[in-house]
Ligand binder design. Structure first.
Ligand SMILES: Cc1ncc(COP(=O)(O)O)c(C=O)c1O
Length: 419
C-alpha cells in the first residue's frame, strides 16, 4: 500500500504548518501567560450571550466563558467539546472508534470533497465516480484534474462489475490506479440509490487489490426512509483507516446553514486536512460548533437520533407521496427507483427526450420544476433524465407536481414524434 506522502499531489507536498497555530496546544496549559497569538480580546466582542430554542422545545443559553470561546478563534481540527462528542457519535452510530487526530471538522462535507481533490489530484491523475454525479464533486475534482471516469448505477448503487472492468483495463494498459473512487453510498445524489452490503465489501476488496483510496461521502446516511438496521459504513467495514476518507455532514440532520460536517480517516491524512485548513480558513466557525455541541449536550445521542427519526418520518411521507404519484401519473416507459435514503428520485425518460428542452419549453407554463440530467452528466449525455427532490414540498404539492410532470412528458413525446 502506498504511503500518504506518495499519494499526495505535487501542490500538497509542501503544505507547511502555521507556526502560530502549532503553538495552540500550549495555550490550554494551566497557568500559561500567553504573549503569543494575535487573538482579539473577548471583552471587545459584540456578543454577550446567545439564547437558542431548539425545535424540541429545549432551550440553552451560551454565556460567559462559553460565549467568549464561541466568538473566538479556535483549534483547526475541532472545537474541543464538539470534537470529543463527534468521536463518541461515530462510535454510537457506526461502531467506529477513532482518536482525536483522526477527525477534522469542516465547513460542510463539501469542503472535504474539495480538500481531498486538492490534496491528491495532479493534472494527470484520474478518479472514478458513479454517473450521474453530484455536481459539487464534479467541480471540486475538475478544479485539479480533468479525468473523472465513470461507471453507471443501478438499484443497488454503483456498478462494481463496471468498476472492476475499468480498473482491469487500466492495469492492462500499464496505467496507475485511480487516486480515489468517490461514492455517495446512501441516498445517492441524484440517483437516490443505496450501495448494497455486498457491493460495499466488493468495493473495499477492489480498493485493496488496486490500492486506491475511497471517498465515502455520506450526508444522507441517517436520512433513512425505511427505518430498520443501518448498513455498515465503508469506514466501519474497512479496518484500515488509511483506505477510506469518510465525510459526514450535519447539513441534512441538523441545519445546513451552520456549515458543519467532518472528515475522518487516518491521522496522516487528517494531518494533511489540517494543514490545508490552516492555510485556507484556519478552522470551521466556532460559533456554529458551539451551538452544535450545546445541542448534543442537551439532547444526548438518543435524543438526537429520535429527532432525526422524526424528520425521516416526514421525508418518508413525502417519498411515499412521490412514488405513489409517479406510479399513478407517469407513463409506463418512465423508469425510476424507490429511494431508501435521502431526498431524491431519479427519472429516466424514453431515449430521445431532452430534459433541458422540456424545462425551457414547459416549466414556466406548467409551473413545475425538476433538474435536467445534464446537470449530473460527466461522460455521456443524461439528456433524457431528471432529478426530483421531495424534501421541500408537501405531499399534496408532490402529487400535483407529478401530474404536471406527466403533462410535461407528454408534450415532449409529441415534440419527439413530430420530428
Ligand atoms: C452528495 C453530497 N455531498 C456533499 C454535499 C454538501 O453537503 P454539506 O452541506 O455538508 O457541505 C451535498 C449537498 O447537497 C451532497 O448532496
Amino acid at each position: 500500500m502506498l504511503s500518504v506522502a506518495e499519494r499526495l499531489a505535487a501542490r500538497a507536498r509542501h503544505l507547511a504548518p502555521s507556526p502560530i497555530r502549532e503553538l495552540m496546544p500550549y495555550l490550554s496549559l494551566p497557568g500559561m501567560i500567553s504573549l503569543g497569538g494575535g487573538y482579539p480580546n473577548p471583552e471587545t466582542f459584540a456578543f454577550l450571550r446567545m439564547d437558542v430554542t431548539f425545535r424540541s422545545g429545549r432551550e440553552i443559553a451560551i454565556t460567559g466563558a462559553r460565549m467568549a470561546r464561541a466568538a473566538q478563534y479556535g483549534p483547526t481540527p475541532a472545537h474541543k467539546e464538539l470534537g470529543q462528542a463527534i468521536l463518541k457519535w461515530q462510535q454510537y452510530k457506526d461502531g467506529v472508534t477513532l482518536t482525536d487526530d483522526q477527525l477534522v471538522v469542516l465547513n460542510g462535507s463539501q469542503e472535504g470533497i474539495f480538500i481531498a481533490a486538492y490534496l491528491f489530484l495532479d493534472e494527470a491523475d484520474w478518479i472514478v465516480a458513479a454517473e450521474p454525479l453530484y455536481p459539487g464533486t464534479a467541480s471540486a475534482v475538475g478544479a485539479f484534474c480533468r479525468a473523472i471516469r465513470t461507471v453507471s448505477i443501478d438499484g443497488d448503487g454503483l456498478r462494481i462489475d463496471e468498476l472492476a472492468a475499468l480498473l482491469e483495463e487500466a492495469r492492462t494498459r500499464g496505467e496507475a490506479p485511480p487516486k480515489f473512487v468517490y461514492d455517495v453510498p446512501s441516498g445517492h445524489n441524484p440517483a437516490g440509490t443505496t450501495l448494497s452490503l455486498q457491493r460495499r465489501m466488493q468495493l473495499l476488496d477492489l480498493a485493496r487489490r488496486h490500492d486506491f483510496l475511497i471517498i465515502e461521502d455520506d450526508p444522507y446516511q441517517l436520512v433513512s426512509l425505511e427505518g430498520g438496521q443501518r448498513l455498515p459504513t465503508l469506514q466501519a467495514l474497512e479496518g484500515n483507516p488509511e483506505r477510506v476518507i469518510r465525510l459526514d455532514s450535519f447539513s441534512k440532520i441538523f441545519a445546513p446553514g451552520l456549515r458543519v460536517g467532518y472528515a475522518t480517516g487516518s491521522s496522516a491524512i487528517m494531518r494533511q486536512f489540517v494543514l490545508f485548513k490552516q492555510c485556507a480558513n484556519l478552522h470551521t466557525s466556532m460559533t456554529a460548533q458551539e451551538m452544535l455541541a450545546a445541542f448534543i449536550e442537551s439532547h444526548g445521542f438518543d435524543g438526537f437520533m429520535r429527532l432525526i427519526e422524526d424528520n425521516c418520518r416526514f421525508y418518508r411521507a413525502n417519498r411515499d407521496a412521490m412514488v405513489e404519484a409517479a406510479r399513478e401519473h407517469l407513463p409506463g416507459d418512465v423508469a425510476f427507483n424507490v429511494p431508501r435514503h435521502g431526498m431524491f428520485m431519479w427519472f429516466e425518460l424514453p431515449t430521445g427526450f431532452d430534459a433541458d428542452r422540456m424545462i425551457r419549453s414547459d416549466a414556466e407554463d406548467l409551473m413545475v420544476l425538476l433538474v435536467p440530467g445534464s446537470a449530473f452528466a460527466v461522460s455521456r449525455s443524461l439528456a433524457h433524465c431528471m432529478r426530483a427532490s421531495f424534501s421541500m414540498v408537501s405531499p399534496g404539492e408532490i402529487t400535483e407536481g407529478m401530474r404536471r410532470f406527466a403533462t410535461m412528458i407528454e408534450r415532449e413525446r409529441e415534440r419527439c414524434s413530430a420530428k
